[in-house]
Design a protein around this ligand. Structure first.
Ligand SMILES: [Zn+2]
Ligand SMILES: [Zn+2]
Length: 258
């Protein structure tokens, strides 16, 4: 069992981080693990063979072009408040909770803004797939990512002085959160939807039924939809759902958000 000890050791952790292998290995784990779960309990039939190459390409473009570009632009426009000492003196778990609540509240309103007439074009690509599974949610344009990052950068101030692995954990969490929202599984835990977004909850947001265009906009906490009038109870929605934007737009325009 020496190799298990080695996998759990600080040398292995250092090796992964020094060689930038942490996120590629995490992606491999997501690819195998989440696909296996989807194959076991699929909510709808998805032809992986038809879509996986395209979606993997989108993922690579997101990872190496879209996200770094958005991060670069955000350096110039994001607000990073200097919080008063009284807030920074709060116990760290409370500050972590503040981070998630504030970032997610901002994400809700940015998402809501992207569903308005003039800003919709930068978000259209995310809604373009006519199928739904964990990798389908990777589509995002640079302007969309620039805007979505803003509340997270703002809320990051609450985590000042946190442990070194905090950034890593938030990165992992954000990846899994996006996978989770789009994952193609028969998840029916209604009680969980009182607090957090589940796959079937977010799938309604991707529905091509006009009644659902502005439904279930939340990314993590469902309370925002309930408070601000965009909540649609998944139990009231008749399956089968179908997805997409119902129009043909050239890929370049979709990916650029123009
Ligand atoms: Zn949307
Ligand atoms: Zn989505």
């Amino acid at each position: 069992m020496e190799w298990i000890e080695w996998l759990l050791s600080s040398e292995f952790r250092k090796f992964l981080l020094d060689h930038d292998l942490f996120f590629p290995l995490l992606f491999l784990g997501r690819l195998i693990g989440i696909t296996a779960i989807e194959l076991l309990r699929p909510a709808r039939a998805v032809s992986y063979r038809k879509v996986i190459l395209y979606d993997l390409t989108v993922f690579v473009v997101f990872q190496f072009v879209i996200f770094p570009s958005a991060e670069y632009i955000d350096r110039y426009i994001a607000i990073r408040p200097q919080l008063p000492d009284t807030i920074l003196a709060m116990p760290f778990p409370v500050r972590v909770l503040c981070y998630f609540v504030i970032a997610d509240f901002g994400h809700y309103w940015i998402h809501r803004l992207m569903h308005t007439t003039h800003v919709w074009r930068i978000h259209k690509w995310h809604h373009a797939p006519t199928y739904m599974y964990w990798l389908a949610g990777t589509r995002t344009t640079v302007p969309q990512q620039v805007l979505v990052n803003l509340p997270y950068i703002f809320a990051w101030s609450f985590l000042a002085g946190g442990p070194w692995w905090m950034g890593l954990m938030i990165g992992v969490f954000n990846s899994f959160q996006n996978d989770w929202m789009h994952v193609n599984v028969t998840w029916r835990s209604n009680w969980l939807e009182w607090f957090i977004v589940t796959p079937r909850y977010h799938h309604i947001h991707h529905s091509d039924n006009p009644a659902h265009y502005k439904a279930n906009l939340a990314a993590l906490f469902t309370i925002w939809d309930r408070l601000f009038g965009t909540y649609v109870n998944p139990d009231d929605v008749k399956e089968p759902l179908s997805f997409g934007i119902g129009e043909k737009v050239p890929l370049v325009r979709l990916a650029l958000g123009v």
